[in-house]
Design a protein around this ligand. Structure first.
Ligand SMILES: [Zn+2]
Length: 404
């Protein structure tokens, strides 16, 4: 009898562990609004924390996985991040058959992490410009034994949100001149760190200037600066709980926005060829493209069509494409994203998707739009397209119509 009870107990324990655990997470509705739902998390290897076969979700600099009995808010965030990372990983393995991703080591995912990234020290000093409202994928590092910094693998960092009310911002005479400086800062910054500063700048301009007569609406500013369409899309669905999304506030809870999670994971998944040394229009445009594919949202596709800066002869418009931004930053990100999206549509959904995944082999982080990207598109067509001669003509025609 005792043995039977032990047997049943071990069976119960085993089945509890083997069955997927359900958690509350943010998901998208058909119309792409954000909502709370109960989701199953796959491949957890811990019974008490967000430690899985492929992802370990930690808070800040900690190396311990977040416990299931942590605060409700933290668990909600960890579950949402884990859930969407799993979707992104499954996409790369099952849909585009990435050998690299299937062999990728387990990743540490940091949420609520404010430290800057340091190539030598992993986490920069706590006092050095803490980060909010953005996300970042960091490359692996060898560590610094003399300082006790152990080696680390590629990681994704999600910053905590920080609500910035336009009214609370310091408006010290920041006018159009300062705005130019802010725009330059935006372009010089890497990745989404820049979005926060940029948005701060926008908010400041809106306060200091006449917001109504200001020709730069929040939307048009985001567009002109070439920030990602996917980001902007995510920004429109920020707060599913209070639905308090307001143009008077700015914040981005990046660990809760599926498209941003997909974008960051795409950086890691494409890093077999697009190394994570710095941000360029190519690397951001490619990550956005795959974020769009993973989300598979018809609403997002509509949004891309509506706002696509690649519509029209855009390479001739400085605000959409500028050659001097080719290498140094991602001001042309939307241009690249729009171009890739349009070529996918020319080739057809399935073919186009496989094409873009193959394209990464012919690109590097330092590729230029007019140089290696165009060459890469044509070379990829030679190896992937069904009718390379005809399809290359179609691609060239589309590029030519757009001024490239
Ligand atoms: Zn990015």
């Amino acid at each position: 009898m005792k043995n039977l009870i032990l047997f049943i107990l071990s069976f119960v324990t085993f089945t509890t562990f083997a069955s997927a655990r359900t958690f509350k997470a943010i998901v998208r509705t058909e119309s792409n609004a954000a909502k709370e739902a109960m989701v199953e998390l796959e491949d957890l290897i811990s019974e008490t924390s967000f430690d899985g076969k492929h992802f370990k979700i930690v808070k800040g600099k900690s190396d311990e996985a977040i416990a299931f009995d942590a605060s409700e808010e933290l668990v909600f965030k960890a579950a949402t991040t884990y859930y969407h990372l799993t979707i992104a990983r499954n996409y790369f393995i099952n849909k585009v058959k990435s050998d690299f991703v299937s062999k990728t080591e387990k990743m540490v995912i940091r949420i609520e992490h404010t430290n800057q990234f340091s190539e030598l020290g992993h986490h920069a000093n706590d006092n050095l410009d803490p980060q909010f409202n953005n996300a970042l994928t960091v490359p692996a590092g060898v560590g610094l034994a003399s300082r006790g910094v152990v080696p680390w693998g590629s990681e994704i960092w999600f910053r905590p949100q920080k609500k910035i009310n336009i009214k609370d911002l310091n408006t010290n005479n920041l006018g159009s001149q300062q705005f130019k400086v802010l725009m330059r800062d935006f372009r010089n910054q890497i990745h989404m760190q820049s979005l926060q500063k940029f948005m701060l700048g926008v908010a400041t301009v809106l306060v200091s200037g006449s917001s109504r007569s200001n020709p730069f609406s929040l939307d048009s500013l985001m567009r002109t600066a070439g920030s990602s369409l996917v980001m902007e899309f995510g920004y429109q669905f920020i707060d599913p709980i209070t639905k308090a999304t307001s143009r008077k506030w700015y914040w981005l809870d990046t660990a809760m926005i599926p498209e941003i999670i997909y974008h960051e994971y795409s950086h890691a998944a494409l890093s077999d060829h697009l190394v994570l040394s710095h941000s360029t229009a190519i690397i951001e445009g490619m990550a956005d493209f795959f974020a769009g594919q993973i989300s598979g949202s018809p609403q997002l596709a509509k949004h891309i069509k509506k706002y696509n800066t690649f519509n029209g002869k855009n390479a001739k418009k400085k605000q959409d494409y500028a050659i001097q931004f080719e290498m140094s930053d991602y001001a042309n990100t939307d241009f690249v994203f729009g171009m890739l999206w349009e070529i996918k549509n020319i080739l057809g959904e399935e073919k186009g998707e496989a094409f873009m995944f193959d394209l990464r082999k012919r690109l590097t982080t330092n590729s230029t739009i007019r140089g290696e990207l165009i060459d890469g598109l044509l070379q990829t067509c030679d190896s992937v397209c069904d009718q390379p001669f005809i399809d290359k003509i179609r691609i060239l025609k589309a590029l030519n119509l757009r001024g490239i």
